[in-house]
Design a protein around this ligand. Structure first.
Ligand code: ATP
Ligand code: MG
Length: 381
């Protein structure tokens, strides 16, 4: 177990800034997941930790010591890739034990370690097979065994599950989780699969365009996304965003005043453009149009997922998804939806940053000038 400290790390490929200044600490034994879209710099960051890629500026520390100039083989990291590239002519046992053989470990010790790892990974019965006689999941486990055999102080995983089918992915995800519980090796796991990220992470790091967008526990990041990007990246169907304008009394007017967002006041200058947002599962159906807190919902399509229903339609011209328990009887049109105020998120349209509304009839938190709205009101971010 070793800590990792990443300090102001940048990576330039020619003129392309792939990583734009990252600061991140990984505690000993922690499982950190880096989540982000394709091309945002996840693999580059991981490869810099492993020493497979030079750092353009900044520092990386492992176990408290700067490793910028330390050879990859001496960093105590083992990496597991998406393309596990096993040696096809070697058996499972030979593949797992190869690093020990190269390092000159005696045969007996090698065999013992390989056997122990094969047992941990449920590969005891396959030790004499070649990779082409294994399933995808078994091959992936051999790749993990190959990384584990060196008893690394850090595991680095680069999308190790993305070549597997859906069922195997879930099984391997659970195995990685229980392995981590057992071995407690510091781990950094890169993925663009939000479910993998949510379920595996002690600490979740969301990256975008070479930068960290948010760091926190999975539930913190899910419940309080600090930007519209993070909000839209986590959750399926994704969060709903209704473009709105703040009026003189601080209310959000959705789609040119057709709907005034009920119950909440935004302490922002008049005419500030915001996105009022809520998760599909937070919305409830309503037909009580007398109430001021009902948004007209024009639904067009229902998807029955077995466990829940997804309704797709629009509110004031903007596409909206609503997720309901499977047994819900959908009432006839016209339909409306309500969203509990504590389930409402809001983001400044201009920069995507989170902004916190207050309940109606409560005193303003702060008074804001037009300029401040960009920075001060968001200073807790
Ligand atoms: N060797 C290289 N030379 C030049 N540019 C590179 C190189 N490797 C990566 N890049 C660029 O750096 C950026 C980040 O790449 P990286 O592989 O880290 O992304 P990623 O987040 O891992 O994406 P993916 O999810 O698709 O694997 C991309 O714009 C990519 O084109
Ligand atoms: Mg990658």
């Amino acid at each position: 177990m070793a800590s990792i400290d990443i300090r102001s790390v940048r990576k330039l490929y020619g003129k392309t800034l792939a990583v734009r200044g990252i600061d991140l600490s990984v505690e000993p034994g922690e499982f950190v997941v880096i989540l982000g879209p394709s091309g945002c710099g996840k693999s580059t960051l991981l490869r810099m930790i492993a020493g497979l890629e030079d750092i353009s500026s900044g520092e990386i520390l492992i176990g408290g010591a700067v490793v910028n100039d330390v050879d990859p083989a001496r960093r105590g990291c083992a990496m597991v890739f998406q393309n596990y590239a096993l040696y096809p002519h070697m058996t499972v046992a030979q593949n797992i034990g190869y690093a020990l053989k190269v390092a000159g470990n005696p045969r007996k010790e090698r065999d013992e370690r390989v056997e122990r790892i094969a047992k941990t990974l449920g590969l005891e019965l396959y030790l004499d097979r070649k990779p082409n006689e294994l399933s995808g999941g078994q091959r992936q486990r051999v790749a993990m065994g190959r990384a584990m055999v060196r008893q690394p102080s850090i595991f680095l995983f680069d999308e190790p599950l993305s070549n597997l089918d859906a069922k195997l992915r879930i099984q391997m995800r659970l195995e990685i989780k229980s392995l981590h519980r057992e071995l407690k090796t510091t781990s950094v796991f890169v993925t663009h699969d939000q479910v993998e990220a949510m379920t595996l992470a002690d600490k979740l790091v969301v990256m975008r365009d070479g930068k960290i967008e948010q760091v926190g526990s999975p539930s913190e990041v899910y419940r309080r996304p600090q930007s519209q990007f993070v909000a839209s990246f986590l959750g399926s169907p994704p969060m709903n965003f209704l473009p709105a304008v703040v009026n003189a009394s601080g209310r959000a007017c959705v789609a040119g005043d057709i709907v005034t967002w009920p119950g909440q006041i935004f302490d922002l200058p008049e005419n500030t453009r915001i996105e009022v947002a809520f998760r599909p599962a937070a919305a409830q159906l309503s037909q009580d149009f007398d109430g001021t807190n009902v948004l007209p919902f024009h639904y067009e399509m229902v998807e029955d997922l077995g466990s829940e229903l997804h309704l797709y339609g629009s509110v004031a011209g903007t596409r909206v998804a609503v997720a309901l328990p499977q047994e819900t009887a959908i009432p006839p049109r016209p339909l409306g939806i309500t969203v509990p105020t504590d389930a409402v998120h809001a983001f400044i349209s201009e920069n995507g940053r989170r902004v916190e509304p207050r309940l109606e009839n409560t005193p303003p938190n702060r008074s804001l000038g037009a300029e401040q709205c960009r920075e001060t009101s968001l200073s807790y971010i």
